[in-house]
Every structure is written in structure tokens, then in C-alpha cells.
Design a protein around this ligand. Structure first.
Ligand SMILES: NC(=O)C1=CN([C@@H]2O[C@H](COP(=O)(O)OP(=O)(O)OC[C@H]3O[C@@H](n4cnc5c(N)ncnc54)[C@H](O)[C@@H]3O)[C@@H](O)[C@H]2O)C=CC1
Ligand SMILES: O=C([O-])CC(=O)C(=O)O
Length: 333
């Protein structure tokens, strides 16, 4: 099974060059399991390494019966984390607790900051050259936490650290397509900023189909994309947040990055990375991916006064969230 939204060139045999190990940390969880399922079937993965504090032997045994290229190994418990990470080219991190109704993503900081910090420390030690893809919330703080840990270990490269915001892009494509009767599989909508509420800013004016919106449609769509996560949290009524759509998003971003690392040209994805575009140290925007990870952070292009106002409002929030991450690492030394 191939992820249908990726162009066929991602899968040409010439693009698959060296042995590629991908580690999933939090692999037994709601996101981790379907994400691992999708990655098991990727022709770009040779070794899928599944790590969690529980249940990975079972998940690994289950997935290993699927006839695809990737070898699967399961690693459980902190004492086996090093083995899970050793030699990984890409590490995807969906470890941590999800929201319940009434919570914000920031409410997860208390638990997830420590989990992510510990995993980043292990990655710095066991796979210092790996590309790290952070899914764990609050992304606006967990990505700065990982950066700070890697800096302290002397192995940080802004080209290799990504907060995964692909789900915001999937939602933007789906919701716009639903409203305007265009094909969601080919539609592109850049989503910039961060990954929480009003820090998520879809640039509806730059949609690739050239569709236009009334002010009311624009306001409704923008709000729905910003709070799409809450829709799922409400509907799951205390049992968690988005897992299946996030697995699809995580697999799509991972495969896009792997293809770029293997030399496929012209791959552009939105992601939350260290960025010079605004006063926020980390910012999501369209990024050209290349053989070393982030190749070029693209300019935002023409944005409307409506979008500019929301952008001006969200930047200080991102600055504060990033600082909370940095302070956490520095205060827990
Ligand atoms: N970036 C994004 O767009 C999205 C992010 N998320 C976030 O992803 C995270 C995971 O969500 P779910 O998979 O639904 O949660 P879950 O609770 O179903 O799974 C989390 C997994 O992490 C594991 N875990 C906990 N501590 C760990 C550690 N120290 N090392 C390794 N694994 C550990 C747990 O055992 C569990 O299997 C949450 O923080 C959630 O908010 C969720 C959806 C979208
Ligand atoms: O809403 C949440 O807590 C999970 C998440 O990040 C999303 O679905 O975008």
C-alpha cells in the first residue's frame, strides 16, 4: 500500500538508496500503532524500530507478519531505548498523553515536557545525526524542548528538527474541499504559525485551486481548521484525540522527508522548524526538503490583511510557548 497523496516518483527504485531505519517512540499508542502500520508498508523504510514503555513486542510481532520490505523490531522499557534508536535515520515521536475534553494542548505540558526531554536526550546520545519529527503536544513547546536538549548535547542542527503540523494541512485541504467542491487529494493549502488554536493560521487565500471565499466562509473555515483537534477530542468524549488522521499525517510527512533525504527534488511540506520568518524562534511554514532535511524555508508570499492580523497576534504566543520549553530544560538540570 502506498500513501496515495504522494507522487509516484517518491517510490522509484532509484530513490531508495541506503538502508533506512525509522524509529517510532510511543509506538504502542493511539497514534503510534496506525503510524507504524503505514510505515511498515512504505517502500522507503528498511527497518522499523518500535519503542514504547509498554506493549511494543506485541505490536512488532503483529506488524511483522505483513509482507513488505521493512524489518520490524520491538523495544520496550528505558533500558532498551538505546538499541531502538541506534542507527536511526528518522525518529518519529508520538509519545505522551493526549487531551481530554476541556483541556488545552498546553495542559499536556506538565507530563509531556518530561517525556519528550528524556527521549531527546536518548536520541542525542544514540542517534545524534537523526532527523527528529515531534508529534507530542504541545508542539509549540516540545519542539523547542528538543532543540534545547540537543544544543546542550552539542548535536543540534535546525535542518534535522521538525514539529509535525501536517494534520493542520490535511484538515485545511479536507474542509476547504468540502465547502467548495474541489478535489481534496490535489488541493494545497499552506498552514503556518504553530500547532494550537489561534496559533494555527491557514493561508486560505493561497489555496492551489484559486477558490475564493466570502468573509463569513473565510472566518468559519479558519476557525474550523484552528480548532479541528477539539472537534475530535469532543467526539471521542474522554478517550483521546486524533489518532488515525494523525497517523496518516505523520506517515505522509515521514515519507516526504525520506524521499527528500534520498534525493527526490522539489518536495515542499509545511512543518514547525527553527525559522527566521518572524520574531518567533520556531514557526511553521512551507519548507523545501532536501538531502540534509530543511533545505530552504520559503517566503510566506502575499497574505491578506485578515491573515496578517492573525499572524501578528499569534507570534507573541509562539515566543512565549518556546520560552516555556527552554525554561523547562534549563530548570530541570
Ligand atoms: N502534532 C499533532 O498534530 C498531534 C499531536 N498529538 C499528540 O500526540 C501525543 C500522543 O497521542 P496518542 O497516541 O493519542 O496518545 P496515547 O496515550 O494513545 O499514546 C501515547 C503512547 O506514548 C507512550 N509513552 C508514554 N511515555 C513514554 C515514554 N517515556 N517513552 C515512550 N513512550 C511513552 C504510552 O505508553 C502510549 O503508548 C499526544 O501528546 C497528543 O496530544 C495528537 C494528535 C495530533
Ligand atoms: O487536539 C489535540 O489535542 C490533538 C492534536 O494536536 C490535533 O488533533 O491537532
Amino acid at each position: 500500500m502506498m500513501l496515495s497523496s504522494l507522487p509516484a516518483r517518491f517510490f522509484s527504485t532509484s530513490a531508495v538508496k541506503e538502508s533506512t531505519k525509522v524509529a517510532v517512540l510511543g509506538a504502542a499508542g493511539g497514534i503510534g500503532q496506525p503510524l507504524s502500520l503505514l510505515l511498515k508498508s512504505s517502500p522507503l523504510v528498511d527497518h522499523l524500530s518500535l519503542y514504547d514503555v509498554v506493549n511494543t513486542p506485541g505490536v512488532a510481532a503483529d506488524l511483522s507478519h505483513i509482507p513488505s520490505k521493512a524489518k520490524v523490531t520491538g523495544h520496550v522499557g528505558a533500558e532498551n531505548l538505546g538499541e531502538a534508536l541506534k542507527g536511526a535515520k528518522v525518529v518519529v515521536i508520538p509519545a505522551g498523553v493526549p487531551r481530554k475534553p476541556g483541556m488545552t494542548r498546553d495542559d499536556l505540558f506538565r507530563v509531556n515536557a518530561g517525556i519528550v526531554k528524556g527521549l531527546a536526550e536518548a536520541a542525542a546520545e544514540h542517534c545524534p545525526d537523526a532527523h527528529l519529527l515531534v508529534i507530542s503536544n504541545p508542539v509549540n513547546s516540545t519542539v523547542p524542548i528538543v532543540a534545547e536538549v540537543l544544543k546542550k548535547a552539542g548535536v543540534y542542527s535546525p535542518k534535522r528538527l521538525f514539529g509535525v503540523t501536517t494534520l493542520d494541512v490535511l484538515r485545511a485541504r479536507t474542509f476547504v474541499a468540502g465547502k467548495k467542491d474541489v478535489d481534496p487529494t490535489t488541493l494545497k493549502v499552506p498552514v503556518i504559525g504553530g500547532h494550537a488554536g489561534t496559533t494555527i493560521l491557514p493561508l486560505l487565500s493561497q489555496n492551489s485551486a484559486g477558490v475564493t471565499f466570502s468573509d463569513e466562509e473565510r472566518d468559519q473555515l479558519t476557525h474550523r481548521i484552528q480548532f479541528g483537534g477539539d472537534e475530535v477530542v469532543q467526539a471521542k468524549a474522554g478517550t483521546g484525540s486524533a489518532t488515525l488522521s494523525m497517523a496518516q499525517a505523520g506517515a505522509e510527512f515521514t515519507e516526504a522527508l525520506l524521499a527528500a533525504l534520498n534525493g527526490s527534488d522539489g518536495i515542499v511540506e509545511c512543518a514547525f522548524v527553527e525559522s527566521p520568518l518572524t520574531d518567533a524562534p520556531f514557526f511553521a511554514s512551507p519548507i523545501k526538503l532536501g538531502r540534509e532535511g530543511v533545505e530552504e524555508i520559503l517566503e510566506l508570499g502575499q497574505i491578506t490583511p485578515f491573515e496578517q492580523k492573525l499572524l501578528d497576534e499569534l507570534v507573541p504566543v509562539l515566543v512565549k510557548s518556546a520560552q516555556a520549553g527552554v525554561d523547562f530544560v534549563n530548570s530541570s538540570e
